[in-house]
Design a protein around this ligand. Structure first.
Ligand code: HEM
Length: 197
């Protein structure tokens, strides 16, 4: 804190940000890899890891949203042009949406799967499937499952496009605008307080 204005993200915000980012990227790679494998035990094992990591992202993202709604975060630099301000806000809202919607559609998808295959959370326990979907007639399940696969894939690809843009924006701020926005999401880095207001 400085003069009542928070200059950096706190420890909890950083843990949420980097933890969810790492799990999200790992799950994108895992999803792209396992989805095209021939159906065998190895694919089944990877699918369980994918589902477990994804459900972890869902829980963390909901906690993060609650945390975000109840805590203040550092403001954007005051001299940031309105279009960059809009782009930053939009991309942040889109990320909040994606980190909930991607795993949620995955959970709905497997709940409606006609295979009835359980979701075993990190080999520990069976994660419950959504019972209203699991109890639907087979024909309805097939339709819903197929639609949800498409939605899940489109949302995942939206994240695949958005992540490099987000990284590029952070680098632009750090090395071209030199306003140190990146440093405030990194631990143990000193910032030039005068660049932030
Ligand atoms: C961080 C969260 C998640 C991310 C980033 C993610 C990403 C992906 C990606 C990139 C694919 C491959 C798409 C393609 O074929 O092009 C995929 C497929 C899949 N995901 Fe996820 N996913 C997440 C969470 C989940 C969850 C929570 C579940 C289920 C509980 C799930 C179930 C599946 C299944 C079953 C497929 C294979 C779909 C098919 O082709 O039949 N995902 N996911």
């Amino acid at each position: 804190m400085n003069d009542g204005i928070r200059l950096r993200y706190g420890t909890v915000a950083m843990l949420f940000h980097w933890g969810i980012a790492a799990l999200l990227i790992a799950n994108i790679v895992l999803g792209l890899y396992f989805a095209d494998l021939p159906p065998d035990a190895w694919k089944g094992e990877l699918a369980q890891w994918h589902k477990s990591i994804g459900l972890t992202v869902l829980v963390l993202s909901i906690l993060r949203l609650v945390w975000r709604l109840t805590h203040s975060v550092p403001p954007l630099p005051e001299d940031l042009p309105w279009h960059l301000r809009m782009a930053a806000r939009l991309s942040h809202y889109l990320f909040y949406f994606l980190v909930v919607a991607i795993p949620l559609t995955g959970w709905i998808m497997v709940s409606a799967s006609a295979s009835g295959r359980p979701t075993v959370f990190f080999h520990l326990f069976n994660w419950p499937h959504i019972s209203v979907l699991a109890d639907l007639p087979r024909q309805q399940k097939v339709g819903m499952h197929d639609t949800l696969v498409s939605v899940h894939v489109v949302l995942a690809w939206t994240a695949i496009v958005l992540i490099p843009l987000h990284v590029a924006a952070a680098l632009y701020h750090q090395f071209i605008r030199r306003d140190e926005l990146l440093l405030r999401m990194l631990p143990y880095r000193r910032m030039r307080a005068e660049t932030m207001r």
